[in-house]
Design a protein around this ligand. Structure first.
Ligand code: BGC
Length: 725
């Protein structure tokens, strides 16, 4: 999507530029508050107000202190995280999620929403994986474009982040990420390139890390060369908060706004230090002019200035419509990983007593995670979702099952209980006493859970992670479930083999009990209605249609980022695994995994038939291009309506290059009534057969045979035909 600046707009920009003093321009290109720049009142140029983040508009912060202002106007709709949106594999959901975020951001008076985060999930251990979409660049590309367009409908700039190759949190400000050009072009760039070229994104955030020796936020190769020259990006580039370390580099790079975490706004590189360097002649004022031009251009696009100012979208937040859309997104994001003996869905009429076990059944997640945290208007936990759905005639027995150390597992003491305190002896506990209390509590919780599991026919375990693990600024040490959940689950499955396991998390976990568990449901942090969606899936009111946008491996040591490349190192990480990221590696190596990329079951079944592949000449932009048309039939052969994500992978046969076994090139989510059949069509173009040739420094098609695979996951290929190119 090319956004053109009209001659009139260009004139306005130049006119404003002429009238601005150097000091005023400097004010516009660095943080003057934690989330804003300075405006120029006399010329009617407003400050740029920014806000995190990806899961809703973040709480209002004091201008010069990392303290939420603590008022009540900033409770907002809590969105499913990007991993959840990706699990829907639905471009319309992505667009609607964008619309909700954009409208809420505008409703809160923001100009730039610091989202979506689209870094590639290189390792399951990255603390911010929940903020990102997938291990697959094509899936990211297809979802990020409608999401950006959704956001920007409301005169708010999306700010796609963090550019680039920012896939670890360990030492994130200083780690040098070594990645070759092919890997960047095939894996780490496509999402950003699509955001710019197809999504028409108005702004972009640089990453904290260095890439091949240059700090991303001031990297001339990344920002000037790739973004501005190769992709023609003329939007606004903002640094990550505190990602700028050098005034001259910042001035000469294509960075437009420097943001920082400190309150000494005048000391930012692009504040007083830059002003002085310009005044002394060391740096030319033209550098600043270019930045101001980009900022003014973004302001024009957002109707912050210019003739349409009066008609700027006013936005809205916490609307009923938003909540409905987010519920819909949450419903489509739930993934049914396993369902033996038709254990699910549960029958709500027949369920008279049910045990719900596990801290995540009752936990609230919206207020954690780092910059993605928000003040949610409300958040329905899975336990509430289940109770809400079943009503008062069913006995729902909840047991936490395991202890989260440091969190008081007892409910708050109220004044009535407090008033009886004098009856007890006051005593401060030693560490030993605390530990033994914890052990005692662990035993009590475990016993209670096991007793319930043996007493109840229906047992739902809801465990997983929380934002102590899925967290900005830190990576996980391994993929193990914390708090002794594995042991508890094994024991629960021992006393009741029909325990239904729900994992609520932001990134993959080890599942040593996976073979024993008959039914496993996966949900990412799914927003304010996440618990409703889980309950509806468990009881069959919603037929699950989510699919994995990342491989669930058995343990992190299987991940090529750890075995071939390096990960979570302090000074330098080397992406030696190259393009072999996620299923590209696991499927090529036939690695045993728990659940493969693209996997997700339904309560109905789908039949794939009648695949046809034909080579076509199509006319696009007045040019005749070759295209490969792939069609097949998809039929719902069950008696429930449902949706299937038809996935298309391209597999080069006998490639002479180090190429993955196959790669996702297209997908479609198809909704079918019972017994309904639809024709599914895909149009591939030459790009879908290319790889990046380092020697020639461009994408090239390898002349060889290709298999076109159509399937329900990367390892459940239902139809296949080959073509020779
Ligand atoms: C994060 C960004 C975020 C910014 C502002 C940084 O620490 O990396 O994603 O937008 O803070 O809160």
């Amino acid at each position: 999507m090319e956004i053109k600046t009209t001659m009139r707009e260009l004139k306005l920009i130049e006119e404003l530029l002429k009238q601005l003093t150097l000091e005023e321009k400097i004010g516009m290109i660095h943080g003057a508050g934690l989330f804003r720049t300075e405006g120029v009142e006399r010329l009617d140029i407003p400050p740029v107000y920014m806000s995190d983040g990806p899961m809703g508009v973040r709480a209002e912060f004091a201008d010069n202190e990392w303290r939420s202002v603590g008022t009540t106007e900033d409770f907002v709709s809590y969105m499913p995280c990007n991993s959840a949106i990706a699990a829907t594999w639905n471009t319309e959901i992505a667009e609607r999620a964008g619309e909700v975020l954009g409208e809420e951001a505008r409703g809160r008076g923001k100009d730039v929403i610091l989202a979506p985060g689209i870094n590639i999930k290189r390792s399951p251990l990255c603390g911010r994986n929940f903020e990102y979409m997938s291990e697959d660049p094509r899936l990211v590309e297809e979802l990020v474009v409608p999401m950006i367009q959704g956001i920007q409908k409301y005169d708010v700039a999306a700010c796609v982040k963090h550019f680039a190759a920012n896939s670890q949190e360990t030492e994130r400000l200083w780690v040098d990420t070594i990645v070759d050009r092919r890997t960047l072009e095939e894996i780490y760039f496509p999402g950003f390139k699509a955001a710019v070229e197809k999504g028409g994104v108005f702004s972009l955030m640089g990453a904290y890390n260095l890439l091949n020796g240059e700090h991303c936020c001031t990297s001339k190769s990344l920002l000037n060369q790739v973004l501005r020259e190769e992709w023609n990006f003329d939007g606004m580039i903002v640094s990550d908060w505190g990602g700028v370390h050098d005034t001259k580099l910042a001035a000469e790079s294509a960075l437009d706004i420097e943001m920082d975490v400190t309150y000494a706004f005048d000391k930012h590189n692009m504040a007083q230090p830059l002003l002085e360097k310009i005044q002394s002649g060391e740096i030319s004022e033209e550098c600043v002019d270019e930045k101001v031009r980009n900022i003014l251009r973004m302001m024009l696009r957002l109707n912050m200035i210019g003739e349409n100012k009066e008609h700027r979208c006013r936005g809205a937040y916490n609307t009923e419509e938003h909540r409905r859309s987010l519920l819909n997104a949450a419903r489509e994001s739930v993934i049914l990983l396993k369902n033996e003996e038709g254990l699910l869905p549960l029958d709500e009429e027949k369920t008279k007593k049910i045990a719900v076990i596990g801290q995540n059944a009752a936990a609230i997640h919206s207020n954690g995670g780092g910059s993605a945290e928000i003040k949610a208007l409300y958040e329905i936990s899975p336990l509430m979702g289940i109770k809400k759905l079943l009503g008062g005639n069913t006995k729902v027995c909840y047991a936490p099952g395991y202890v989260i150390p440091g969190k008081d597992n007892k409910s708050d003491i109220n004044w009535q209980a407090d008033s009886t305190k004098h009856l007890e002896e006051e005593k401060t506990q030693t560490v030993e006493e605390q530990n033994s209390m914890q052990t005692k509590q662990e035993e009590e919780y475990r016993e209670e859970a096991l007793r319930l599991a043996s007493e109840c026919d229906t047992v739902i375990f809801v465990g997983g992670l929380n934002h102590d693990y899925d967290l900005e600024g830190q990576d996980r040490a391994d993929m193990k479930l914390p708090y002794g959940q594995d042991k508890l689950l094994e024991a629960l499955l021992e006393v009741n083999p029909n325990v239904i396991t729900v994992i609520y998390a932001g990134s993959p976990v080890e599942m040593p009990w996976a073979d024993k568990a008959k039914a496993i449901v996966w949900s990412y942090y799914a927003g304010m209605e996440g618990g409703t969606a889980i309950a509806e899936v468990l009881f069959g009111r919603v037929n699950p249609s989510g699919k994995l946008a990342e491989t669930l491996i058995q343990e992190s040591s299987q991940c090529p980022a750890h075995t071939i490349g390096t990960y979570a190192k302090k000074d330098k990480v080397e992406y030696k695994e190259g393009v072999m990221v996620g299923y590209r590696y696991y499927d090529t190596q036939n690695t045993p995994v728990h659940f493969c990329f693209g996997h997700g079951l339904s309560y109905t079944a789908f039949e794939y038939t009648d695949m046809e592949v034909s080579l076509l000449n199509i006319k696009r932009e007045d040019k005749i291009r070759k295209a490969v048309c792939v069609v097949c039939n998809l039929k719902n052969i069950g008696d429930r309506e449902g949706a299937e994500v038809v996935q298309l992978y391209v597999k080069p046969i006998n490639s002479q290059h180090n190429r993955p076994m196959h790669e996702l090139k297209a997908f479609k989510k198809v909704f079918l009534k019972p017994q309904e059949k639809k024709r599914v069509e895909f149009m591939l173009d030459s790009r879908d057969f290319t790889y990046y040739d380092m020697g020639r420094q461009k994408f090239v098609i390898e002349a060889c045979e290709y298999e076109i695979e159509i399937g329900a996951s990367s390892r459940d290929i239902r139809l296949c035909k080959s073509i020779i190119l």
